[in-house]
Design a binder for this molecule. Structure first.
Ligand code: SF4
Length: 189
């Protein structure tokens, strides 16, 4: 490098020459970082969504390429979060794509020491059988003081934050229809 090139590469001179007086733009870039492009550039569409992790319900922009999620950013249009996401929301792409994600039903039989995999239909039938049997065996038509009850106190529903409003609505409807009165969830916006 010649003396002239060395002086020209001096950061203060680059900042003045490139109109970047605070050194936050081009003057702070290296030859390598100049060639980098944002990873959202590869997306062929952007979908507005809501982070499923907690009850805050931050707005998300989900970048998609060929049907796969490539990146998730905060949505500046959201009045809830105004473009921000916490680390869980930032990492929510893994909620869909992580290789560690469980995608089959795991069941451990009574007294078993290991999990076995069940197909979804078998698992759903087992759950339905248990609900029907428990409901029939524990049905209360009256309370202890003789008022109408028509309920079971032997089944409860505990939901999680990843359920959305519509899913919670359907769960509450199902539980009420079954006579289940112990229904809890993490509220969503
Ligand atoms: S980004 Fe964080 S704070 Fe916002 S909804 Fe998701 S988990 Fe909650």
């Amino acid at each position: 490098m010649t003396l002239g090139e060395l002086i020209a590469s001096w950061p203060v001179l680059r900042q003045i020459r490139e109109g970047d007086l605070r050194g936050l733009g081009r003057a702070a870039q290296s030859p390598r970082s100049r060639t980098l492009t944002p990873r959202i550039d590869a997306a062929d569409r952007v979908v507005q969504s809501v982070c499923p992790y907690c009850a805050v319900g931050c707005g998300q922009l989900v970048y998609v390429k060929d049907g796969d999620v490539t990146h998730i950013e905060g949505d500046p249009a959201s009045p809830i979060s105004r473009g921000r996401l916490c680390p869980k929301g930032q990492a929510s792409k893994s909620y869909v794509q992580s290789p560690l994600r469980e995608s089959t039903v795991k069941y451990r039989r009574p007294y078993a020491t290991a999990w076995e995999e069940l197909d979804l239909e078998t698992a759903m039938d087992m759950i339905a059988d248990r609900i029907v049997d428990t409901r029939a065996a524990t049905w209360e038509t009256e309370t202890e003081d003789g008022n109408p009850a028509n309920r079971t106190m032997a089944i409860a529903n505990l939901g999680g934050a990843t359920l959305d409003n519509e899913e919670n609505y359907l769960i509450k409807k199902l539980m009420t229809g079954l006579g289940v009165v112990q229904v809890e969830n993490q509220a969503r916006i």
